[in-house]
Design a protein around this ligand. Sequence first.
Ligand SMILES: Cc1cc2nc3c(=O)[nH]c(=O)nc-3n(C[C@H](O)[C@H](O)[C@H](O)COP(=O)(O)O)c2cc1C
Length: 347
Amino acid sequence: MKTDLTDRLGIAHPVVAAGMARVAQAPLAAAVSEAGGMGTLGGVSFLPDALRAEIQQIKKTTDRPFAVNLLVPPTLTDTSAGIWEPVTELWNGLTPEERGKLVGIEALLTPGAVQGQVEVVLDEAPAVVVLTFDSPTWFIDECHNRNIAVMSLVGSVSRAIDAEKAGVDFVVAQGTEGGGHTGHVGTMALIPAVVDAVTVPVLAAGGIVDGRGLAAARCLGAAGVWMGTRFIASDEAYGHRAYKQRVLDAGSRDTILSRSYTGKPLRTLRNAWTTEWETRSEDIKSFPAQYAVAGTRVETGYQDGDTAQGMMPAGQAVQLLHDIQPAGDIVREIVEQADRILAGFGH
Ligand SMILES: Cc1cc2nc3c(=O)[nH]c(=O)nc-3n(C[C@H](O)[C@H](O)[C@H](O)COP(=O)(O)O)c2cc1C
C-alpha cells in the first residue's frame, strides 16, 4: 500500500505505532519498524542519558526508519515557570522509595530534563520526531536542519492548521476514541476535516486497531494510521500482564476521559482512582503537578499490575482486542486485511 507517508519515509506499510510513554520502549519501536511499518519510541519516559541509550538500542536492532515522541510545551521547557514550584514541592514530599518507582515520569517532573531530551534527539537524529501538545518552530527548524521529519499530534482542525503553519511535515489527527491524552472530537468527524484543512499528509488516529480501520482511514483521505492501543496488546510492549489482560477484557465503555492522573484529559481504563476523582474534579491540579498528586499510581499499573489504582491508558477500541501478538504480526495482519478490503472496493 503506497501512500505519501510510505513514499516520503521509505517504509513498506503506512502503519505507525504510537509513541506511548512507558509502553513503547525500544523493543516495540524496533519490532514495528523491522516489520515494515514505523515504530515510535515513547521518549517522554526517559531522562536524557536513558533516552540516548534507548535510541541506540533501536539502532542496533533495526536499520529501518523509526520515530521518537517528545513533549516540548513551554510549561516544560521554561524552567523559571511557576508551574515547577508545586511540582518540586510535591516531588520532595515523596519517599525515596516512591520516587524510585516514578522512573517513567521523572523527566516530566525534573526542571531541565526536557531540554536534555531535545539535545539527545537532535544529536541522535531519528528519521522522525513526533511532537505532542505544541509544535514550536525553533524545534521544527532544528529537526529540519538535521534532515529529521516532524509530525505533530493534534486533536482539532485549528491545532492542525497551527502545526502546518509552524512547518511540520505530517499531521497526526487523533480522535477522542484514542487512548492516552486526547481531545473531544471523534475520529470519523476529525480526519476528513483535517485532511481538508491542511496540505501536508495526515495520519489517522483514535480507535484504529485493525485492517478495517486502516482501510477506513484511507477512504477518509489519510496517508496512514497511528495506532496506540492495539500495540499495548503486543509481546514487545512494556507493561504488566494484568494491565494487558485488562485491555483484552475491557469493553469500550470501560474507558474514561479523566484528568486524575496527569491534570490533562487522558483516556484510561476506569478504576477506583478515576471514580474517586469524578466527584472531585475541582481539586485536580494542572499538568504536570497532578502527576505528583497521583504519585506512584501513574506507574503501578504498568509495573505491578495494580488495576484498582494504577493508570492504564487505553482507547475505546479495546472492545476489538482479543489476543496478545508479536508486533510484527500485528502490522502484517492489518495491512493484509486493509488490502483485501480496498481491493474489493474496485469490483
Ligand atoms: C498507553 C498509552 C500511552 C500513550 N502515551 C503517549 C505519549 O507519551 N505521547 C503521545 O503523544 N501520545 C501518547 N498516547 C496517545 C497515542 O499517541 C495515540 O494517539 C493513541 O493511542 C491513538 O489512539 P488508539 O489508542 O485508539 O490507537 C498514548 C496512548 C496510550 C494508549
